[in-house]
Design a protein around this ligand. Sequence first.
Ligand code: PHE
Length: 340
Amino acid sequence: MENRLKELRQSALKRVEAAASEEDLRAVTREFIGKQGAVSELLALIPNLPPAERGAMGKGANLLKRSIGDAISERKLALEALALDAQRAGGDFDPSLPGAPQMRGSLHPLTLVRREVEGIFSSMGYSILDGPEVELDYYNFQALNIPEHHPAREMQDTFYCDSGGKLVMRTQTSPVQIRAMESLSPPFRVIAPGRVFRNEEADATHEHTFHQVEGLVVGRDITVGHLTGVLKGFLRQLFQRDLDVRLRPGYFPFVEPGFELDIRCPFCEEGCRVCKKTCWVEFCGCGLVHPTVLEAGGIDPEAWTGFAFGFGLDRLVMLRHGIDDIRHFMGGDLRFLEQF
Ligand code: PHE
């Protein structure tokens, strides 16, 4: 039996040495250390040996198996190195050619513009807040002066998350207003960018998932002048020039008075596709914070006032880059994303 081990070792190592390809090595593996290989056959015989010899024999066979395996791995590496050398020596190898290009990712256009927006508001002293995307009905509606069964709920088709109707996918970033009031003491100014969700049929301008930026300032004697001043200042920095704005009355239960703020179309003087020939583009909802809402946030409406605004980030990015379909943003099409 011991001789058999020695024999096997010799012939296996000779075969490994002679192997000229991976295919050869696979054959050696199979024949010697595979499940049906010579070493396994040997191991299978051990139970027939006198008990005293079994231990030594088992050890010997296992050692042999390991050293054949090692020799095969070593030979494999050597063959690979040889192949590479041969390739390099060949006439068509040119070490001065550039390497294969690395694909680089890039930031999503929404991320790029969000960061720009955050930078501008930070420079004006605003903190940046975050809020949950799955929100309590209380924050998304009730505390914002939209009680249950209030018709204003119809303005926003809501995804409810539970049969009790206590949890919703937030339909707006406005709930962060209440969370901000609960956790900060006035005066303060914050923005809250984030994802919002509405149960809407998707088309070129609607998606079930989109993005808003909420703004909230609470201080003494806040007026509509402060509101328009801040928004104009923001737009000036974003578009690098002064853009006219106009206020139209707008209904949002959490502000009073409430407005829709339009901006003069950044692309034309006398009407174009973007502004639908009106020269004005809707930009955001805004207004002075309703006293009931301040109260819900734990702030005394006799002592403090505020303004709030909320605009669609997707729309802003579309305006900025001339994108005509909101569905590109979440579509995951690399041909779109690689342009940024
Ligand atoms: N949350 C409102 C909307 O989604 C926008 C808004 C924000 C209006 C803040 C007024 C004040 O339509």
